[in-house]
Design a binder for this molecule. Sequence first.
Ligand code: DOR
Ligand code: ZN
Length: 344
Amino acid sequence: MDTITLIQPDDWHLHLRDNQALKTTVPAATRSFGRGIIMPNLTPPVTDVKKASAYRERILAQRPKGSNWQPLMVLYLTDNTSPADIIAAADSGFIYGCKYYPAGATTNSASGVTNLDNMHAVFEAMQEVGMILQMHGEVTAPDIDIFDREAVFIERHLRPLVAQFPKLKIVMEHITTKQGADFVLSAGDNIAASITPQHLLHNRNDMLVGGIRPHLFCLPILKRNIHQQALINIATSGSHKVFLGTDSAPHTQGAKESACGCAGCFSHHAAIELYAEVFDQANALDKLEAFASTNGPNFYGLPHNQVSIELKKQAWQLPDSLPFEDTQVIPLGAGTTLNWKLVE
Ligand code: DOR
Ligand code: ZN
């Protein structure tokens, strides 16, 4: 098999940043995808319909001519989000979810939710109007080891939440553990998960053995190889409960290669090809379309894209760096060779 044709995929989790960064991130996001779920962790965050509308306009202004790519906007939940904000978001027609960041869990999450228990009226409203909850599923308690944050979150918070709001649609964003994969598989059809290319391609040894590789540092952090294997298994299984979400999150080279480096991997230079590599290695290229192109829209209640894309078997080398803002970003897989390439 030398070519693969796929219904055009979508990215159900990405960070475009703002202003000058959009000149790089928006064209990259449109490269292979039809739609993108746009994370709202700007400074200040996208907390209401008005901010989401203005951000959407700034994004669309950078969309390449002729592109039909659509930004699907998301509200950032805070301690001050009200049920009225949820209803306004649902009525907007361009907001497709609300993002829960535990305060302090990751980049620009300082305004996130400090206590899930205070969000009941908001979750009630979301359940009522069918608004999807996008969950950054990690605890931030200082006594919990960073490698255990996701597994503890599932037991401490997610199971009780799902029991309390049995119809609330939740995406466990970027799952990174066997516990995450098992939880999603065992839950009802209102629960799904996205998976990033870095968590499928790497484990923590790749980040830490032989020297620290800051460009592989992301949150939730890469886990040990048994978790990587569990993610590969669920992604390539054909299960309808998991779909593509790159979490492409650019930071400048300087912000990554620092005494206190930022979390995030930029992958939109080669996103679909990075996933194709994983599916090829697992002998599961026939399952790539479900993961990349149909499971996501089915969960979000949206139509599949009408056009298709083609990948061809062709060795090509990823760039060592890419221009970003006034400097550069080191992309995921920089300098390595991939075996599948998008026909552009
Ligand atoms: O690695 C990450 N980077 N994880 C997140 O949750 C946020 C993201 C970012 O915004 O840089
Ligand atoms: Zn993210």
